[in-house]
Design a protein around this ligand. Structure first.
Ligand code: FAD
Length: 285
């Protein structure tokens, strides 16, 4: 039996695994994805790259501040002036550098989707597509609305997660030849609530003109969540061209990504939940 299994190699799962490893334990991290980092991600398409998930990180506590300071010292993180007088921390050469650094040396198993998590004698049984694993303790860090599918909606801890709301976000990625009128633009009333010149971040390749990431507003994302990707790109691209005052003829690449669960709009109000016997933790944003 594995002593501790963490489900999810996003920032929460990696932070938990790192703490446990630093305390001398040997957690196993399972993630359904091909890469690690979850929503802190960098999409690569040929020579192009876009931070299509989290745009930057800011620390609000001493613990995360010291993690970011160490990453900055190692060159994994750098300051990005956003053109509005503020500077944010971004991964170099992409946001995915951050989870990669946090995960270095940990036992992380990718392409390992947990389908079901059930109590078992003295611990937990994890059902995966290619078999089962047993663990004495499990930490679940998948987005809150996805926990019920793992454990059943009637589990008492899952019921407490019911109040957590996570809004979707549709993201457009575009490469544009020619002028770049700004670095970032934020307007929560605009269907494109956030537009960032991704290629203006430090350490990005400079071969392809300006690379843009545009995030749709909560309202637009909810209304278009089930749109076909081609239709969605056709719908969002003219909005970006308008906001940049450019012709569609200057666009050399455009694609979209659907984040069904992007940002927490109604948090739980506490960092994590724990079962009475201490063998199950539910965490994440
Ligand atoms: C478009 C967008 C923009 C954002 N912008 C910012 C920003 O600028 N700054 C900021 O601080 N935050 C931002 N956020 C939010 C931030 O990315 C998240 O709060 C944070 O990354 C959540 O980390 P997590 O570990 O809790 O969850 P996740 O990153 O979602 O990690 C969960 C992991 O679990 C895995 N998983 C899920 N189900 C299973 C399963 N059944 N079996 C195995 N593995 C599974 C997933 O593959 C994933 O890797 C943004 C998010 C999005 C989507």
């Amino acid at each position: 039996m594995t002593p501790i299994i963490i489900i999810g190699a996003g920032m929460a799962g990696l932070a938990c695994a790192r703490k446990l490893a630093d305390a001398g334990m040997a957690p196993v991290v399972l993630d359904k994805g091909r890469g690690i980092g979850g929503r802190v991600a960098t999409r690569r398409s040929g020579d192009l790259q876009f931070d299509h998930g989290a745009q930057y990180v800011n620390a609000h506590g001493a613990g995360f501040s010291s993690v970011l300071a160490a990453l900055e010292k190692a060159g994994t993180l750098a300051g990005w002036p956003d053109g509005t007088g503020r500077t944010h921390s971004v991964g170099v050469p992409g946001m995915s550098a951050l989870p990669k650094a946090l995960g270095a040396g940990l036992d992380i198993r990718q392409n390992a989707q947990v389908l079901r998590l059930v109590p078992d004698a003295g611990g937990w049984l994890l059902h995966l597509a290619d078999g089962t694993l047993r663990a004495a303790s499990v930490v679940v860090t998948v987005p809150a609305p996805q926990v019920a599918a793992l454990m059943g909606a009637d589990h008492p801890l899952v019921a407490r997660l019911g109040a957590v709301q996570i809004a979707p976000c549709l993201t457009l990625m575009a490469a544009v030849a020619g002028r770049a009128p700004f670095i970032t633009r934020k307007d929560t009333d605009d269907p494109l609530a956030w537009i960032a010149q991704d290629s203006a971040k430090p350490g990005r390749p400079q071969k392809h003109g300006a690379l843009w990431v545009a995030q749709a507003s909560e309202a637009f994302s909810a209304a278009h969540l089930e749109d076909d990707p081609t239709m969605l790109t056709a719908c969002m691209l003219p909005l970006l061209c308008d906001r940049l005052s450019i012709s569609a003829a200057t666009v050399t690449h455009a694609s979209t990504h659907r984040w069904r669960y992007a940002r927490v709009t109604q948090p739980l109000g506490q960092s994590f939940l724990c079962s009475d016997d201490g063998s199950l933790y539910l965490g994440g944003d």
